[in-house]
Design a protein around this ligand. Structure first.
Ligand SMILES: Cc1cc2nc3c(=O)[nH]c(=O)nc-3n(C[C@H](O)[C@H](O)[C@H](O)COP(=O)(O)OP(=O)(O)OC[C@H]3O[C@@H](n4cnc5c(N)ncnc54)[C@H](O)[C@@H]3O)c2cc1C
Ligand SMILES: *[C@@H]1O[C@H](CO)[C@@H](O)[C@H](O)[C@H]1NC(C)=O
Ligand SMILES: *[C@@H]1O[C@H](CO)[C@@H](O)[C@H](O)[C@H]1NC(C)=O
Ligand SMILES: *[C@@H]1O[C@H](CO)[C@@H](O)[C@H](O)[C@H]1NC(C)=O
Ligand SMILES: *[C@@H]1O[C@H](CO)[C@@H](O)[C@H](O)[C@H]1NC(C)=O
Ligand SMILES: *[C@@H]1O[C@H](CO)[C@@H](O)[C@H](O)[C@H]1NC(C)=O
Ligand SMILES: *[C@@H]1O[C@H](CO)[C@@H](O)[C@H](O)[C@H]1NC(C)=O
Ligand SMILES: *[C@@H]1O[C@H](CO)[C@@H](O)[C@H](O)[C@H]1NC(C)=O
Length: 586
């Protein structure tokens, strides 16, 4: 990739609606940049970031060296030599999609072990419906390889750019209340993990675990602190077909509907646009294999986006933010969400066009997507919408799950907030609403504790950490409502620092996890400051400084945590009085 020279293009060129362009144009995508950059050809003196190019505190992490094992044997020798040297290690993946600083070695002397070339299919057992892969295999690769032999992973993240090792690391999931549940790690029936060991074991040891080993419950969701998973065996199903229909309704009875809706449809999910009082229900179930249909889900926000469009969208929002154009944002949000609904979010009945519901097709064509990762570069520069090389979209991603038994109350509190401040949540309409997915209690010690509904939302992040957002206070209150009033569990791979305050106390088996950690890596060579903080071993999940609440690095406790010079002060919430949010005082 020579240069993405569109950064400073004039915006006058854009007038038409960008979505239509996205649909009609033939686009060629530039694959994401490597999140790791080194200054030497031996891959030493390196930096690592995430796929957004920005951690919550905007720091850039350093590493002395990156190693790229291609086999388990090489992996063992890498771990052994670092253990012998008492070198800190972190595991990096091809794209590094997690937002929090899970991947940073502390300081600059640490080492990164990349799974980029640990990307082979090891074994397929069509009789047992299992597939064994190396941990750096991407979800896309996994889904395609499984389908070739007539197998499918029933529930998985909607974005196929993640690796199997990485998605397990943070407990990533799809949406269902059925079977073994929504999370990929609950389909793991075996894995091999390389961990530090003593001199007598040659400084590294491979643990081979299956369902009979209790340690599997720790390694299935590990935040990368137990060692490097080299191989994973997943239990799959025979490939099947599904039927999808999106139905839009008003949100007046949403609180009453959610639990029943989740039980009624195997792959149910919901998109909620609170300021529009609108909900889009995904009615999605298995159908017999001989049902005709060859549908495809190529989710529009995960398609290649021409960089001029990303920049245009961003510039428009920047202007609306800086001129306090709340109405403009609501209108655009409306237009954007209506347009997506009209084009069925990227569903087609035959891979080419959408002609109406239901869309019926094979599981491997419907569960996940991410075409922005592929295709060679060509005349028109296109990327994933969040690519940091384009000064396009830049956002926060907050995601937490609220147990089904209290989710109605949470929804009603959000609705009360909207009543008090009708335009306060318009912004969500620009980013596909609040995506609500059903997640399930897991045997993983750091997995979901109960059946729950995960609320996931994206929203504008300023390039200037001291610049507040429009209706800053309203989304901050929603975040604190979900995480503190209703005890929501933050997704380990998303969120801003404040979401992780006291998080480990929400996990009943945290002690068991720490016991395994102590056994596998007693010196904490695979841990860093962030993992120690979220696991409750160190203080300091939040960072107090001027403006910290704007960035979600803290919950404000004094005005300077907001930005008084721009009129934002620390005040109680409107519905949740215990919340402390940055409110604009006129
Ligand atoms: C566009 C987009 C869409 C997303 N959609 C979803 C979704 O639908 N559902 C969902 O739940 N999440 C979703 N996520 C979040 C994503 O699934 C998680 O952040 C996931 O952990 C990222 O995987 P990765 O391969 O990029 O791993 P990384 O982010 O690089 O790593 C995650 C963690 O796993 C550890 N790790 C990685 N490999 C290994 C290994 N071999 N052994 C041990 N530890 C390892 C790392 O050290 C780190 O702690 C999405 C993210 C993006 C950017
Ligand atoms: C983006 O650039 C392409 C290629 O130059 C152009 O055809 C298109 O009109 C631009 N998009 C918009 C919305 O103007
Ligand atoms: C350096 O890193 C690249 C990947 O970015 C890899 O292909 C190459 O093999 C590495 N070189 C060495 C000497 O490890
Ligand atoms: C371990 O230390 C030796 C000697 O200092 C060095 O040559 C080697 O590269 C180090 N290995 C790792 C993995 O840090
Ligand atoms: C919402 O829809 C229901 C029917 O689904 C209807 O009874 C109700 O009046 C609608 N509410 C509003 C505010 O439009
Ligand atoms: C599908 O197969 C079943 C029997 O397995 C049969 O009863 C049904 O008619 C078939 N449906 C279609 C659409 O072919
Ligand atoms: C948003 O669209 C709905 C119809 O979907 C309409 O009723 C409403 O007035 C619109 N709001 C704004 C602010 O444009
Ligand atoms: C570990 O998980 C299994 C299910 O895979 C469960 O039966 C077992 O009780 C769990 N063990 C502990 C100690 O929690």
């Amino acid at each position: 990739m020579a240069c993405l020279c569109l950064k400073r293009m004039s915006n006058k060129a854009f007038e038409s609606t960008t979505l239509v362009f996205l649909l009609l144009s033939v686009v060629f995508s530039t694959p994401p940049e490597d999140p790791i950059k080194c200054t030497t050809s031996e891959n030493t003196t390196c930096t690592i970031t995430n796929s957004y190019g920005s951690f919550p505190d905007r720091s850039i992490c350093k590493a002395a060296q990156v190693l790229y094992p291609t086999t388990e044997q090489e992996l063992v020798s890498v771990v052994a030599s670092a253990t012998r040297n008492k070198t800190k290690m972190k595991i990096a993946t091809r794209y590094s999609h997690s937002i929090p600083k899970l991947v940073c070695p502390d300081g600059e002397n640490g080492m990164l072990i990349s799974t980029k070339y640990l990307n082979k299919i090891v074994k397929v057992d069509v009789e047992a419906n299992t597939m064994t892969v190396e941990s750096g295999v991407t979800l896309q690769q996994f889904i395609n390889e499984a389908a070739k032999v007539g197998l499918a992973l029933p529930y998985a993240p909607y974005w196929w750019g993640v690796t199997i090792g990485g998605l397990m690391g943070t407990g990533a999931h799809g949406s269902t209340l059925r079977g073994k549940g929504s999370a990929v790690h609950d389909y793991v029936v075996g894995l091999r993990i390389v961990r530090p060991a003593g001199h007598e074991d040659g400084y590294a040891k491979v643990e081979s675990l299956n369902e009979r080993h209790e340690d599997l419950n720790a390694t299935k969701v590990s935040l990368g602190v137990l060692g490097v998973i080299s191989q994973i065996t997943l239990k799959l199903e025979r490939l099947f077909k599904r039927s999808i229909t999106y139905v839009a309704k008003n949100d007046s009875d949403l609180g009453d509907q959610v639990a029943a809706f989740g039980h009624a449809h195997e792959f149910a999910d919901i998109m909620w646009y609170p300021s529009q009082r609108k909900v889009v229900y995904r009615v999605d179930d298995r159908v017999p294999f001989n049902t005709s249909g060859n549908g495809l889900y190529d989710f529009i926000p995960l398609r290649p986006t021409p960089s001029n469009i990303s920049i245009f969208r961003r510039t428009t929002e920047d202007i609306q933010e800086s001129t306090n154009d709340a109405i403009g944002k609501c209108i655009d949000a409306n237009a954007s969400s209506n347009a997506l609904f009209t084009v069925a979010y990227g569903l087609t009945n035959n891979g080419i066009s959408f002609t109406g519901y239901p869309v019926i097709g094979f599981q491997n064509h419907l569960q996940s997507s991410g075409s922005c990762l592929d295709s060679p570069q060509d005349a028109l520069i296109t990327t994933c919408g969040w690519d940091p090389r384009v000064e396009g979209l830049f956002y926060y991603n907050t995601a937490f799950s609220i147990r089904l038994s209290v989710v109605k109350k949470f929804i009603e509190d959000v609705q009360k907030l909207v009543q008090l401040e009708p335009k306060g949540l318009c912004i969500l309409g620009l980013y596909n609403g609040i995506v609500m997915r059903y997640v399930t209690a897991s045997s993983a010690y750091l997995g979901k504790q109960e059946d729950a509904l995960e609320f996931d939302f994206l929203y504008y992040r300023s390039r200037d950490p001291m610049t507040p957002r429009l209706y800053e206070d309203i989304l901050e209150e929603v975040e604190q409502l979900g995480i503190f009033k209703y005890g929501g569990l933050p997704h380990w791979g998303k969120n801003r620092n404040l979401a992780f305050q006291g998080v480990i106390k929400k996990y009943k088996n945290a002690k068991k996890f720490l016991k395994v950690k102590n056994k596998y890596d007693p010196k904490g060579l695979f841990s860093n400051t962030w993992t120690d903080q979220v696991l409750g071993l160190k203080d300091g999940v939040t960072i107090l400084k001027d403006g910290c609440a704007l960035e979600g690095l803290c919950i404000c406790s004094q005005d300077s945590h907001c930005n008084p010079s721009k009129g934002y002060y620390c005040r109680p919430g409107k519905v949740y009085k215990k919340a402390r949010v940055c409110t604009h005082l006129k």
